[in-house]
Design a binder for this molecule. Structure first.
Ligand SMILES: Cc1cc2nc3c(=O)[nH]c(=O)nc-3n(C[C@H](O)[C@H](O)[C@H](O)COP(=O)(O)O)c2cc1C
Length: 459
């Protein structure tokens, strides 16, 4: 079908249940919160996720969720350290590791995919057997928030992985809100122009490397399964779907096969999304379910929108995209961080000329028009993941008026009828060029090596 070769031809290709392997690994390392008591999927489960995230960034496994035999895992992606580990960024610099991985991507499908038979433990199920999780108070009903949509470009066959919140309506129907800038939206428009349905599979519970690849926005022509294989370091074992002409990662816990109907829109929402507000009810696309494949002992992934699990991964994905763009345009760029709302970018540079911070900020704004509402540029001694440190740099390293630039009337985040996200703010929080020595940061020799327990006890 797509020139995919058999798994046994490809050294290293595997067909193991990758998400379970990963969850098993975290359990073995004692890095998982486990909830043994039964929880209600309507609000209670989300409330427990929120409470747990307020205490730590550990993932959570709910063993008993009312109304479903499946356990639910959450907050797997809610830690920078875990995300860095997933892509092999040993030094904690996600952006540089991501850039290196993407530069090594295999361009043609046979090099990064391998075909395997469907897992022996795969069985057909109904959508209503999956945990029906309702998150926020005014959400219209249960939603899939961590399902990866896998679809192919109608003309080229290039595969895309992306997330789109999906309201579960019945065993046969899910309603999805397609973001205007996403590749899947363009695929759907192309199919719809021919009055064709767009086949797609919802992957719930994949290998972490596939999840991380799905969060990235790669160029339209890039096959995102190739990105996933590049992170995995081996071809992805794929199996054919039962009812649509599509291959899916064989290890996926749950695969919902179906198609996005052309010229059909039905009400979806309201739904509490990542910015912390409700997106209102609107007429959205309809995904007709054709088959649900569930592996024996499958676990479901429930993700609280706007929580650290959602935003940390998107922060890294967006930062990597901005870094990739900026590093090609301007000198001295070391690292990029994006903060929780996703609209604030902080860039670390090594200064070599006056005005460099502004030049870098301009490049960043051009890198991603949905985000970068505020761009702050700092020197290499500032912790870009700590906004206190960033703000300290701005307030102590120069004038407020001369280092702030407001760019009026630039459209921003795409769903913005009232223009609330128009305009841009650039903050140069770097040291004045040529006077760097005056701003050398205070340091106490030996401070990094102190283990307080060797000196002090709590009484
Ligand atoms: C966990 C998670 C959930 C997301 N949910 C949505 C969503 O519901 N709607 C949306 O428009 N974008 C959502 N996004 C953002 C994008 O779908 C995502 O980053 C995607 O990779 C964009 O893909 P594309 O650029 O290949 O089209 C989500 C991202 C993550 C990481």
């Amino acid at each position: 079908m797509l020139g995919i070769r058999p798994c046994q031809d490809v050294p290293g290709a595997r067909s193991e249940a990758e998400l379970r392997d990963y969850v098993g690994k975290l359990l073995a390392r004692g890095e998982m919160l486990v909830v043994e008591r039964e929880v209600d999927p309507r609000h209670e489960l989300a409330a427990v996720i929120k409470a747990a995230q307020a205490e730590s960034d550990l993932p959570i496994l709910f063993r008993k969720v009312r109304g479903s035999a499946m356990p639910v895992v959450s907050n797997l992606y809610g830690s920078r350290a875990r995300l860095c580990e997933m892509i092999g960024a040993a030094d904690g610099n996600y952006c540089t590791r991501w850039r290196k991985l993407m530069q090594g991507m295999k361009p043609s499908a046979p090099d990064f995919l391998a075909t395997v038979a469907p897992p022996a433990d795969l069985r057909a199920a109904r959508l209503s057997e999956l945990p029906q999780i309702t998150y926020a108070e005014h959400d219209a009903g249960p939603y899939f928030t961590a399902a990866i949509f896998l679809a192919r470009e109608p003309e080229t066959g290039v595969a895309n992985l992306s997330f789109h919140r999906s309201m579960v309506v019945s065993d046969d129907e899910v309603r999805i809100r397609l973001g205007t800038t996403h590749d899947l939206t363009r695929y759907q428009r192309k199919a719809e122009a021919q009055n064709q349905a767009l086949p797609a599979a919802l992957l719930i519970g994949t290998a972490p490397e596939i999840f991380v690849a799905a969060a990235a926005s790669l160029p339209y022509e890039t096959d995102e399964l190739s990105a996933a294989a590049q992170i995995l370091g081996r071809p992805i074992a794929m199996r054919p779907c039962k009812t649509i002409d599509l291959m899916v990662p064989a290890d996926t816990e749950i695969v919902v096969e179906g198609e996005i109907l052309p010229n059909v829109r039905r009400p979806e929402g309201p739904f509490a999304e990542f910015k912390g507000y409700y997106a209102p009810r609107g007429e959205q696309h309809v995904f007709q379910v054709k088959h649900v494949g569930v592996r024996e002992g499958a676990m479901f992934h429930g993700l609280l929108c706007g929580s650290p699990e959602d935003t940390r991964l998107l922060q890294e994905a967006i930062a990597a995209r901005i870094y990739n763009h900026v590093v090609a345009q301007a000198a001295g760029v070391i690292d990029v961080a994006v903060h929780a709302t996703l609209l604030c970018t902080v860039i670390k540079i090594r200064q070599s000329y006056a005005g460099q911070a502004r030049a870098v900020a301009m490049a960043a704004i051009g890198s991603h028009l949905d985000y970068n509402k505020a761009v702050i540029v700092v020197d290499e001694d500032v912790d870009i993941h700590d906004l206190h440190d960033v703000w300290w740099a701005f307030l102590t390293r120069g004038r407020a008026d001369a280092r702030t630039l407001v760019i009026p009337d630039v459209p921003g985040f795409y769903r913005d009828p009232h223009r609330d996200h128009w305009g841009r703010l650039v903050i140069d929080a770097t040291k004045p060029f040529g006077r760097e020595d005056e701003f050398a940061r205070r340091r106490i020799p030996g401070e990094e090596g102190i283990n307080l327990a060797d000196y002090a006890v709590k009484r």
